[in-house]
Design a protein around this ligand. Structure first.
Ligand code: SF4
Length: 690
């Protein structure tokens, strides 16, 4: 049997692994890829369980009575499933116009699929209605990075640089649980004397190993960052030469008394001495990095919060220097590539803007259509959900690789909205909670059953390889997109051959921000991945950005004044505590895949609400009791885990199971349309068991 080098199906680290088909099962071993260097986490080690799992969707499923979602699902041929889908699309578009049909994509789709899906919606459906779950993931950091640096690449340097930094500050990031093999770089740095600062309302596994742990009240990170900037200015720790030579807009920042450390201490709960020491380390014990993740970004002011950390990094002169800078740690497997190739409502391939005439002309030329045929930008993900079934909203929705009935905020509302659609199609490998609401479910090939590329958290484009064929009645999303386009009369624009799609993607991205023109399957293979931008085949790829300037109009990075405002929902008498959500080591995203893996479930069979012992005592809750958490939107019952590592005013719940997102607040950040997952007001009480 031939061994195949490929990558993990889960997170954005995209650890390398080797798959060898054996009887009765595939053998999975870690590979010496430059990112994971032989490491895998428990999720990666058990990923082969997904391939022959008994829950696997193996044929299309349709409702026994068409149009009645109460009627049971039954197996169907692809022809019958397609016939129902195409009829629904045609009927809806005839009655309500092109935008009444839309697609919701995912950050786990390969680059080829993300590209083909964006093109399918604009060219085959002629609709503006497309967005994806990455909008919920790190869109605010992406918006801030584009604003400040002119480009959004999660880490603008290789992950290995983290090991060389002398001070690393992680804001709302918990890689020890989310992507454990990445900890080797932090561990190496610490062994060589580096100092690590973790900012998180919980003492996470990452914080446990850090030099300092700052635990602010959720929703006050922007004030914290501005307070640190204030200290840096007051102490003379900013890099004035760097600010003068490489940036613009510093004079616009709020340097007034609003962010005096004493005031910031009162707002955030972080002692002034800790703030000062953290800034001192960043400013004087470099090279230094600031790395943010979802804890800093999933807020109703997420873009401005990420911007505040960028302002601090720029003021300290960190960005564009060796082993130094600002980065954001992407979560989803192809969260980076997923937002570069056109599955966002406002975007075309190459990270181009859909409302830019030059971008429209370029991409339309590659696609062989008139630029005027391209629709204008549509609604962002949650706005699309909110408008489902309404006048002007989407009535026929196709969801791919996304379980929004669990992963989106205020999930009871999301389910209601999905039920408002006239016709719902879901493509997945398992019957997720979202798939179970559908009129038609399409079984799709998974990671090790098809070819394609992913772009990891460093902007390194890598190859997912096919180790075994999909089951006989299961098709790749690329094939489904191509066949449906054919049935809609636009088949000549599509192919389901991954390499051919990638070659077209290269042309479509050429000259854009995320330029893949010089990246080929062969180069990826030979060079263990290629970093974008890579404008031609002689170009080595760009491992480190910003050494020579910033891709902004002036070539300088931009400071943007941002000020604290309260979260969209703050505690009050009725809901006196803050709920914040996050990850467990054993699970991935909405758990569609990992909740089905036996070893992971044995290790962590259910979600636990993390509660401080003081808060638990106040409500008569003991470790292991069931507790009911209530917000203005719903209630969830979870088992309590008491921990003195969390703030006494804050409760943590993991989002991998149905429950936590019944409570969360869908208030959107105005710039990125990121929902406020990380802060909502709740009440809690001990639940009756049984
Ligand atoms: Fe997979 Fe991420 Fe774990 Fe690596 S860290 S094995 S990519 S889940």
């Amino acid at each position: 049997m031939t061994a195949t080098q490929t990558h993990c199906p889960y997170c954005a680290l995209q650890c390398g692994m080797t798959l060898t088909p054996e009887i009765p099962r595939v053998r999975l071993e870690p590979a010496e890829f430059p990112v994971n260097r032989g490491g895998l986490c428990a999720k990666g080690f058990t990923a082969a369980d997904l391939l022959d799992h008994p829950d696997r969707l193996l044929t299309p499923l349709v409702r026994k009575e068409p149009g009645n979602r109460e009627s049971p699902l039954r197996e169907a041929s692809w022809e019958e499933a397609y016939e129902r889908i195409v009829t629904a699309i045609r009927d809806s578009q005839e009655r309500f116009g092109p935008d009444s049909v839309g697609c919701f994509g995912g950050g786990g789709l390969t680059n080829e699929k993300a590209y083909a899906l964006g093109k399918f919606v604009r060219v085959a459906l002629r609709s503006s209605a497309i967005d994806y779950n990455g909008r919920f993931c790190m869109s605010s950091a992406a918006t801030a990075a584009n604003r400040a640096l002119g480009i959004d690449r999660g880490l603008p340097f290789p992950l290995a640089d983290v090991a060389e930094a002398k001070t690393v500050m992680l804001v709302g990031a918990n890689p020890a649980d989310a992507m454990p093999p990445s900890m080797q770089y932090l561990d190496t740095g610490r062994a060589n004397g580096a100092k690590h600062i973790v900012i998180d309302p919980r003492r996470t596994n990452t914080a446990n190993g850090a030099h300092m742990h700052l635990a602010p009240l959720p929703g006050t990170d922007l004030a914290l960052a501005n307070g640190m900037l204030h200290i840096a200015i007051r102490e003379g720790w900013i890099d004035e030469a760097y600010i003068a030579e490489r940036t613009e807009g510093f004079e616009t920042l709020n340097k007034a008394n609003a962010y005096w450390p004493e005031r910031v201490e009162r707002m955030t709960g972080v002692p002034e001495a800790q703030l000062r020491e953290a800034v001192r380390l960043l400013a004087t014990e470099g090279p230094s990095m600031i790395l943010t993740a979802r804890g800093a970004e999933q807020h109703s002011n997420g873009t401005n919060t990420a911007q505040a950390w960028l302002n601090l990094a720029l003021a300290l002169g960190l960005v564009g220097r060796p082993f130094s800078g600002y980065g954001t740690i992407t979560g989803q497997g192809n969260g980076q590539g997923g937002r570069e190739h056109g599955q966002k409502a406002d975007q075309l391939p190459g990270y181009r803007r859909l409302d830019d005439p030059a971008a429209r002309a370029h991409v339309a030329g590659v696609w062989g259509i008139d630029p005027d045929e391209l629709p204008q930008p549509g609604r962002s993900a949650y706005e699309m959900i909110d408008a489902l079934g309404s006048d002007g909203g989407v009535r026929v929705l196709w969801i791919l690789a996304s379980n929004i009935a669990v992963s989106a905020p205020h999930t009871s509302h999301v389910v209601n909205q999905l039920n408002m659609t006239d016709f719902l199609v879901v493509s997945d490998i398992f019957p997720s909670e979202t798939a179970q609401l559908a009129d038609v479910i399409l079984p799709t090939a998974q990671w090790a059953e098809e070819e394609g590329t992913m772009t990891n958290l460093e902007g390194r484009v890598i190859r997912r390889r096919m180790a075994l064929p999909p089951p006989p009645m299961v098709k790749s999303d690329l094939t489904v997109l191509t066949e449906l386009a054919g049935l809609l009369g636009r088949g000549e624009f599509f192919t389901d051959e991954p390499k051919a799609v990638f070659e077209e993607l290269r042309r479509a991205s050429a000259g854009g921000i995320a330029d893949y023109a010089g990246i080929s399957y062969e180069r990826i293979e030979a060079e263990q991945g290629v970093f974008w931008p890579c404008p031609d085949e002689q170009h080595p790829g760009t491992r480190r950005l910003f050494a020579d300037g910033f891709p902004t109009a002036s070539g300088r990075a931009r400071f943007v004044r941002v000020d604290h405002r309260d979260p969209a929902e703050v505690p009050d008498d009725a809901f006196p505590y803050v709920l914040t959500t996050g990850r467990n080591m054993q699970q991935y995203q909405s758990g569609t895949q990992t909740r089905r893996v036996r070893a992971l479930n044995v290790a962590l069979p259910e979600p636990r609400a993390e509660i401080h012992p003081d808060l638990a005592r106040r409500h008569g809750i003991a470790d292991g009791d069931m507790v009911e958490l209530r917000s203005r939107r719903g209630a969830a019952t979870l088992r309590a885990r008491l921990s003195d590592g969390i703030r006494p005013d804050t409760v943590f719940a993991p989002f991998h199971w149905p429950g936590a997102n019944l409570l969360t607040n869908p208030a959107l950040d105005p710039h990125s349309k990121m929902p406020a997952f990380k802060v909502c007001a709740i009440a809690l009480c001990k639940a009756e068991e049984g």
